[in-house]
Write a protein that binds this ligand. Structure first.
Ligand SMILES: NC(=O)c1ccc[n+]([C@@H]2O[C@H](COP(=O)([O-])OP(=O)(O)OC[C@H]3O[C@@H](n4cnc5c(N)ncnc54)[C@H](OP(=O)(O)O)[C@@H]3O)[C@@H](O)[C@H]2O)c1
Length: 383
């Protein structure tokens, strides 16, 4: 029986993970779960799965859950409790599915404890890629990407990476792919969150609409597959059927295809090197034609350009754009700024933040906080 610690259990990835668990109760035990404030949802999950631990990072929410919960589940509170359940000796696999920079420390704790980390929290690599990958190597942790694109590449490279010439991440182009650039200034948060193919949390949905999500994924791919920016390509593929491709020197290209449903990715991460059922039906190519592919428009989707620039700058630049993006997206979702202001805030934060090469987690956290301050100041000029 595999003991699973599910960080971000109440989110979109958390829900899909639990639906895969439900299909294989003889194989997976929900050992520990976490959420931030959604204690009512956690109460339901605790009643159903009876985990040994439930962490609410928000202390008030933890108290509420503890008051209502009967049974043997221990309720812990605070962000440091995430590290405890991620690194617990009885945890075998960790699904790292907290949204944003808040998920970084617990992913790192899982890496240092040598766990299988199923990494949905791309911010762990964007902020602390060098430190994180070093910890994975030093502690023999097993890292399996839980982003459809990176998981696709991971699958395509199971035969090895000899002769690899480049990888290509596919991007759906989001809800505004065909919206003229001059109409983007007036789009609303609900329009931005209405992704045509994927059902996701609101933050990552906005990131898909700006294509910052693809930019963060380019950085994630750089660390996961140890490739420079010029060997990472992006192609827009509105149907999201081809999840990504790898190109080899001999002219061969391998792609992984499937319906856009994260349960395929999650079940692969949970069962690798085996395959188990995920609840997702087989792909019917005849129902998805034609499959289209386009070069990305780096002027209309400036966030993607900025992410490539940050990767080329290296060091703190990647954490800086991530922090600025988190601030800008939050303000956009709160109706405080316009959609196109997101890229402007990120670009100005990148120009104004100090650029350096962080060596420690403390320096990374410092840079993150500093970039948030700068982004907040810049955002005020747009409110
Ligand atoms: N959704 C997808 O299809 C998808 C695909 C690829 C990668 N990802 C990545 O997976 C991660 C999760 O995405 P999602 O769409 O599942 O997000 P989501 O639906 O917004 O869920 C986020 C989860 O994180 C928790 N959380 C939020 N803020 C937190 C904080 N400050 N401290 C601790 N926990 C916190 C939430 O708890 P509460 O419910 O209490 O707020 C929730 O359980 C992101 O990094 C995203 O980029 C997602």
């Amino acid at each position: 029986m595999i003991n699973l610690t599910l960080l971000g259990a109440t989110g979109s990835i958390g829900k899909s993970t639990l639906s895969v668990v439900d299909l294989h109760p003889e194989r997976f035990n929900v050992f520990a779960i976490s959420a931030h404030t959604s204690w009512q949802k956690m109460l339901v999950l605790c009643q159903k799965y009876q985990p040994a631990f439930a962490v609410m990072t928000d202390e008030h929410a933890a108290q509420q859950l503890d008051d209502q919960l009967q049974g043997d589940t221990a309720v812990l509170s605070g962000a440091q409790s995430l590290d405890i359940i991620a690194a617990h000796k009885n945890t075998h696999y960790v699904m790292a599915a907290i949204v944003g920079a808040a998920g970084m420390a617990s992913s790192l704790a899982a890496a240092k404890a040598g766990k299988r980390i199923m990494l949905a929290n791309k911010e762990s690599l964007v902020l602390a890629g060098d430190i994180f990958m070093q910890a994975v190597n030093d502690h023999n942790a097993e890292l399996i990407p839980v982003d459809s694109e990176h998981n696709a590449i991971f699958q395509c490279l199971q035969g090895g990476s000899s002769g690899l010439s480049k990888i290509q991440l596919t991007a759906s182009g989001g809800p505004f792919l065909r919206t003229p650039a001059n109409q983007l200034s007036s789009v609303t948060p609900d329009q931005a969150c209405a992704h045509p193919n994927w059902s996701m949390g609101r933050k990552i949905s906005v990131d898909s609409a700006t294509m910052m999500n693809k930019g963060l994924e380019v950085i994630e791919a750089h660390y996961l597959f140890n490739l420079p920016a010029d060997k990472i390509d992006v192609v827009v593929h509105p149907q999201s059927i081809v999840h990504s491709s790898v190109y080899f020197k001999d002219g061969s290209t391998l792609s992984q295809l499937g319906d856009p449903d994260m349960r395929t990715v999650i079940s692969y991460a949970m069962s690798h090197p085996d395959r188990i059922s995920s609840g997702v039906s087989a792909l019917d190519l005849t129902k998805n034609s034609p499959l289209e592919f386009y070069a990305p428009d780096y002027d209309k989707f400036a966030c993607l350009r900025l992410a490539f620039e940050a990767l080329k700058q290296g060091g703190s630049a990647m954490g800086t754009i991530n922090a600025a993006n988190e601030i800008a997206v939050e303000k956009f979702l709160d109706d405080k700024i316009k959609f196109l202001d997101i890229a402007k805030i990120i670009e100005k934060t990148l120009e104004n933040a100090k650029h350096f090469y962080p060596k420690t987690l403390a320096e990374i956290v410092d840079n993150d906080q500093n970039a948030r301050l700068i982004a907040n100041q810049i955002a005020h000029t747009y409110v």
